[in-house]
Structure formats: structure tokens, C-alpha cells
Design a protein. Sequence first.
Length: 132
Amino acid sequence: DSKEKGIKKDITVKASKAGSTMSLYMDLTTMPNELKEESFVYELYYNDTTLVKKGNFKAYNASSNASGITYASSGVTTLTLFTGRDVSTSNTDKYTLYLWFNGKDFTNPDTMQNKTLSFDLYATGKNATLNG
């Protein structure tokens, strides 16, 4: 019912030189139709307090679900979490991604049970070097 009880993924970054920026993406590699619900939500925070992006996994509809996703007609759907954010050279920046089923504000259909979601997170950068 709350983000703390769902999937949580921390991403930390620090720039080695000034002027570095990064973009963060999530590829939905396995996304069953049964999980494409407005009650399946995500939020991305910067340094625990600043909400960067939020939305849900139901298909995008301008009038009824503007926070949804535009799914690719076949293959992997890429969700852009953010683009071109500055990366600190003095501190380690932390982004935290939460995915959860919001049973507080929605009724989750039984058809969501026992379904598998797979996703890949990846980042790109400018003036950046990948370490790791």
C-alpha cells in the first residue's frame, strides 16, 4: 500500500568534473497487460526529499490518465525518468526509485497477482565517465 513496501532501488552518482549531466531511463523488458494498471505506480526522488517524477503503469491517455506510459507497439518500452540533470562534483547525489501497488487509493484487480515485471535501469551522461 505504501512505497516503502514495494520495490526500492537507489542510484548514486558523483561527477569527476564540473558541467557533467546525466539522464536516467527504465526499460520495461517484461510488462504483462495485467500489470498495466493505474494502481501500479512509481516515484523517483532526489536525495530522499525532492520528487523528480511520478506516474503509473496504465497506458497513457491525455484525458483520463496523463501520468501513464505510452507503450511501444512491440518489444521494450523505455520510460524516461529524467534528462540532462546536473551532477554534483562535491557530493554524491542519490536517486531513489520506488515501484508499488497503491491499494490505498485504488482497488487492485486480482488479475495482477502472480505476474512478473522485469526492467533495466540505465543512465547516460555528458562530460561524464562511467565508473563501476
